[in-house]
Design a protein around this ligand. Structure first.
Ligand code: BGC
Length: 762
């Protein structure tokens, strides 16, 4: 990784709000497990904390009460569980316990090193009785051995000799966080974990826990190693264990405790305890240094695949790298799970997977690491039966309707107007499957899994929409903008259905031509159905307003009064926390990009003038109360040549979590925005588009920067793009020569191409 790869804060604030925020900002995760960055020793009595460790895709069921039992409403949800607390390490110097809240903190800092893949805390502390010690703590969730989490805890005595005692805990009876006043996190506390066993075997603590309703099991194993002689004693009490390690420390000496935790779960393993034992043995087989080296090597490769650099703006460059690093920490590494809306950094949205994955985060992987992108499609394929079931619940006779939010395939949205009614998720999943194909041309995978998704989602559109005056209408759905619900002909939804139908026809043809017809046969897709797809695609109704020259968000949007922005106090945003939903629905006010998003992803559906007018129109009525918004405005502003706006929206999106701009980063990172932030560079400033007709670029350069560069994978070749003030240089880093389009002109990229920069959007 070039340039600065370390995000560090010094002189740590001990205010409760900052502590909780930093639990998220410095969390460790690897796509399989995630551990919030709590202080090992805990906080002051009475301080709030979200002390959690999570496994992607590991859940329990919880009741979701519906006040009125209407047919088909969802009455049970899944929730990602906080499975264990293995973060606890308390240190005593003589008879004085270390605490940041007692004695004097002389120096303190926290960092995330994105090249090494570790986080850390460093403190110089003077105890109430005058013992000065330097404490250095380093944590890692391994990208190479996914079940492994390590804490390396080093104490240096600066001015004393004394006994030193470590108490390392492993706690199985943990709970999830809840807040009854915030719809964005769980509102109730449930007992999800059922203790099975806790105890030691050969110096390793094992805790086995079942879930109360989903029938799953998790086993965690913890081993403590002191890097000098010490006396170990073990204690088991309830569903927790404690290891006490007593030793001595001398002035200028350092004593290090290394704590290894491994996780095993029954979503992936038949025998969790045996798996935890073998993972612990694997972790012990090499030194901690070797684990760090492997982590670094993994990340060298990751950063090399991405190679994103911004020249002339170190802060934004670091923030963008932070966002990409979080995407890597969040993305599923197997087909059992996906990317939660908050990654594995917190409990906001209860670990659910939304459309966020397909429209915001997956593009990063499609372009830089297609294998991970393929996993994400494979996960959607694995829940296709659930989507078929969901379609039936909603009254459909054919096709599959993906749940708006889910972990294991069943719908989890309690409030259907801004949940299950968002049928566009079907088009979104189809879109990302198609994008994976366009970037890789991996027709085999499409034949095995992708096409079935695209066919079944296409079938659902046919079952949802109807012809009216010769045009295909889709009524009573909710588009991306959650401030406008249950409407007829949401422009984004119709455009995405059109694209979905188009590609169902294309995949049908491509698979027939290639003789790879297993999906077609499996689901009994007929020529007549495909002809009906084509007819609906060609006759899709896309609302257009002649007078304004824009695409109305839906049939009723323009009839409504515009929200009174002028008289809305600043502290009444986000509106969803201050106004009844129905009140909001009656106005022209958008929570997030909706038609403007369509103008990015389905840009060929409209001419540039319509897009320009739409952008100007919706910009005035959009609050960006959702974090999925400013990045899209940045991309479309880039397309339109509105450079200042593109840059300003990009900045808001880049810094959203590091600056806690939405005031809820404590509940977890905004992973979709992080993916959107990447897109704002590569699709926005770089003008990249993946189309059936090829790969397109239209680079622009914010005037605040001297240049930027990135690498992408396209059909097995790696391409580097370096944008400078006068020209852009395209380099074929490896693989076969490719045709690329720059400012709509085709070039053969065999080695290096230098193309003068042009004004975009003029
Ligand atoms: C947004 C949705 C998004 C969800 C999860 C909501 O605030 O409006 O579009 O899917 O958050 O990130």
């Amino acid at each position: 990784m070039n340039g600065n790869s370390i995000y560090e804060i010094k002189n740590l604030s001990l205010a409760n709000d900052d502590l909780i925020l930093n639990e998220t900002i410095f969390h460790n995760a690897n796509g399989y497990i995630g551990v919030r960055s709590n202080f090992e020793e805990g906080y002051k009595e009475g301080f709030d904390s979200i002390r959690g460790s999570y496994i992607n895709g590991f859940y329990d069921f919880a009741e979701m009460k519906q006040a009125e039992k209407l047919c088909g409403l969802c009455e049970e949800k899944q929730t990602m569980l906080n499975v264990v607390d293995s973060q606890g390490i308390k240190v005593k110097l003589g008879d004085e316990p270390f605490s940041m809240f007692e004695g004097t903190v002389e120096e303190s800092s926290r960092y995330l090193d994105m090249a090494a893949g570790v986080t850390g805390r460093r403190i110089v502390w003077c105890s109430p009785k005058g013992k000065r010690a330097e404490i250095v703590i380093k944590r890692m969730t391994s990208f190479v051995q996914l079940p492994l989490f390590t804490i390396e805890y080093t104490v240096k005595a600066l001015n004393f000799d004394s006994d030193i005692t470590f108490v390392s805990t492993h706690i199985g009876d943990v709970k999830n966080y809840f807040n009854p006043n915030d719809p964005r996190v769980a509102g109730e506390s449930f007992e999800h974990l059922v203790p099975v066993s806790a105890g030691f075997k050969n110096g390793v603590s094992y805790i086995v826990t079942d879930t109360s309703k989903s029938g799953l099991t998790v086993c965690t194993a913890v081993k403590n190693i002191l890097m000098k002689d010490g006396e170990f004693s073990e204690c088991v009490g309830g569903h927790r264990t404690e290891t006490t390690i007593a030793s001595q420390i001398k002035e200028n000496e350092t004593v290090t405790l290394v704590k290894y935790t491994v996780f095993a779960d029954s979503v992936r393993q038949a025998d969790c305890k045996a798996k935890a034992e073998s993972e612990m043995a694997k972790a012990m087989a090499v030194s901690l240094e070797k684990h760090y080296e492997a982590q670094k090597a993994y990340l060298d490769n990751f950063w090399n695949q991405t190679s994103l650099e911004i020249e002339g703006d170190d802060d934004l460059c670091l923030a963008s790298k932070y966002n990409m690093y979080q995407l890597l920490q969040s993305v599923a590494k197997d087909e059992h799970c996906n990317i939660t809306a908050k990654g594995l950094s917190g409990e906001g949205y209860e670990g659910h997977y939304f459309w966020d994955t397909e429209m915001y985060m997956q593009p990063f992987f499609t372009l830089t690491n297609p294998e991970l992108s393929r996993n994400l499609v494979a996960y959607r394929y694995s829940i296709l039966d659930g989507a078929r079931e969901n379609a039936k619940i909603l009254g459909h006779k054919k096709g599959a309707l993906y749940p708006w939010r889910t972990i294991m395939g069943k719908e989890c949205s309690g409030y259907f107007p801004s949940g299950s009614a968002q049928y566009h998720i079907n088009g979104d999943i189809a879109y990302s499957t198609i994008a994976y194909y366009l970037a890789t041309k991996d027709l085999d995978f499409i034949a095995q899994k992708g096409a079935e998704i695209v066919f079944e989602t296409a079938r659902l559109w046919m079952d949802t929409g109807n012809y009216y005056h010769g045009q295909f209408h889709i009524n009573d759905v909710t588009g991306p903008d959650e401030y406008t619900c249950i409407v007829n002909n949401n422009y984004f939804t119709n455009a995405s259905a059109q694209y979905n139908l188009h590609w169902a026809v294309r995949f049908y043809q491509l698979l027939k031509e290639a003789g790879k017809t297993q999906a077609i046969e499996k689901i009994g897709l007929t020529e007549e159905e495909v002809a009906a797809f084509e007819k609906a695609e060609k006759n899709m109704y896309l609302p257009y307003d002649e007078e304004l020259g824009i695409n109305p968000q839906d049939d009723s949007f323009l009839q409504k009064e515009v929200w009174d922005f002028e008289n809305t106090p600043k502290d009444h945003y986000p509106l969803l926390l201050h106004y009844h939903p129905l009140y909001i629905y009656r106005y022209q006010v958008c929570k997030q990009a909706d038609t403007v998003l369509a103008h990015f992803v389905y840009e060929d559906a409209q001419d540039i003038e319509t897009i320009r007018k739409s952008f100007a129109y919706y910009e005035k009525v959009t609050t960006h109360d959702s974090s999925l918004s400013t990045c899209i405005y940045s991309i479309v502003a880039s397309k339109l040549g509105l450079e200042d706006k593109a840059y300003a929206y990009f900045g808001d999106s880049a810094k959203l979590d590091l600056f806690n701009l939405h005031h809820n980063t404590k509940d977890g990172i905004h992973t979709a925005n992080m993916g959107g932030n990447y897109m704002a560079i590569v699709y926005g400033f770089g003008g990249l588009r993946l189309k059936e007709s090829g790969l397109y670029f239209a680079p622009s350069l914010p005037k605040q920067w001297t240049g930027y560069k990135f690498k992408i994978m396209y059909e097995g070749s790696q391409i580097q793009v370096e944008v400078g003030s006068d020209s852009s240089v395209f380099t074929l880093v490896n693989g076969d020569a490719k045709t690329i389009h720059v400012y709509d002109e085709a070039y053969e990229l065999e080695n290096t191409l230098t193309i003068p920069r042009k004004k975009v959007g003029a």
